[in-house]
Design a protein around this ligand. Structure first.
Ligand SMILES: [Zn+2]
Ligand SMILES: [Zn+2]
Length: 345
């Protein structure tokens, strides 16, 4: 028991070590290690992880497309787990609570962005599985204030993708133009299949664009309720009102601009994209908007998880054991899995 932990506020006995998949060096496969169990700081909790989603951002970190990660690093930011130990200054959570942990691991609350209710842009933010350790492990610590309480229906691995694919998809969706009826989605993976359920519930039509010739993803999009699915190089069969790009390909921005109507918005939902080719001003003209979506706020999380539970959103997942994290990442990279990939502990 460490000095920061309330006596009696842990499930005992806890092991002294845990299994984790660790990135020692970007560009190298993750390494399985037995490492000491992390201890919660005063405002943190220790969480026994049930499952952690595998996200494209994890690949961007491992490929050095996102710089300066903590090293060595335990990746993973779509965590579902149970609180098993409380830090000394925790106030809300209890032992046994089911929680979700997402990308925004901490925001300072006092920088100019936090004060403007843009904690997603916080100057002093910490990001789970990037600048602090994440969920490719049996346990993790997390700041109590940044844990989401989850309803019991989400106490299983299929809920993990809600914590990033779901949340970022939702934040992207809140950025599309008002009165959007026809929505284009470019890249039909984890985020798209969750968002489609929400958008259909709200009466929107989904046009799904995938890698050229990816008939499996196109069939998946139609199964999820898309009114049309086809190759990204094809023009949209209808003029769209807005577009959300989840695929990390900058060339999709001018493509989506050509597909949308005047006043429409192209939302870039990913954290990294390849370079955007130059394009004629004419396709932006007409008050079309291009915008990025950065991280998430806790408000997004609370709103989305409430809406998701009311539908209820279901995820298509392929589960991998924790020790097969490298295989799971390869499957994501190759696009061989439809829906979301989740590691189970
Ligand atoms: Zn993610
Ligand atoms: Zn801040």
């Amino acid at each position: 028991m460490n000095g920061n932990t309330k006596i009696g506020n842990s499930i005992s006995p806890l092991p002294s070590t845990m299994l984790a998949m660790v990135m020692d060096v970007p560009g190298q496969p993750l390494v399985a290690k037995a490492i000491p169990l992390p201890l919660p700081a005063a405002k943190q909790v220790l969480v026994k992880i049930i499952a952690c989603g595998v996200c494209r951002t994890d690949l961007h970190i491992m490929d050095s497309e996102l710089g300066q990660p903590k090293l060595p690093l335990i990746p993973g930011h779509e965590i579902i787990g149970i609180v098993v130990q409380l830090g000394a200054a925790t106030q809300k959570l209890k032992i046994g609570d089911l929680v979700g942990i997402a990308w925004l691991g901490f925001a300072c609350g006092h920088c100019e962005y936090c004060l403007r209710e843009h904690e997603n842009l916080c100057e002093n933010a910490l990001f789970t599985g990037y600048t602090i350790d994440g969920g490719y492990a049996e346990y993790t610590v997390a700041f109590e204030d940044f844990c989401f309480s989850l309803p019991e229906i989400y106490g299983n691995p299929s809920a993990a993708p809600l914590l990033c694919a779901g949340l970022i998809g939702y934040r992207s969706y809140t950025m599309i133009s008002k009165n959007t009826q026809r929505l284009g989605i470019y890249g039909f993976g984890a985020a798209a299949h969750i968002l489609t359920q929400l958008a259909l519930k709200q009466g929107k039509e989904i046009y799904a664009f995938t890698r050229d010739g990816d008939l499996t993803s196109q069939a998946f999009a139609k199964k999820m309720g898309a009114i049309w699915a086809g190759d990204s190089s094809q023009p949209s069969p209808e003029v769209l009102d807005s577009a959300i790009i989840f695929a990390p390909a900058g060339s999709l921005i001018p493509k989506a601009l050509k597909d949308i109507d005047k006043g429409g918005t192209v939302v870039c939902g990913g954290i990294h994209m390849s370079d955007i080719p130059s394009f004629p001003y004419e396709i932006l003209w007409g008050e079309r908007i291009i915008r990025s979506v950065a991280n998430l706020t806790r408000k997004d999380g609370h709103e989305f998880l409430k809406v998701a539970a009311s539908i209820p959103v279901k995820t298509e997942t392929r589960l991998f054991p924790l020790l097969e994290a490298n295989e799971a990442l390869a499957a994501l990279r190759n696009g061989t899995v439809k829906g979301a990939i989740v590691l189970v502990m």
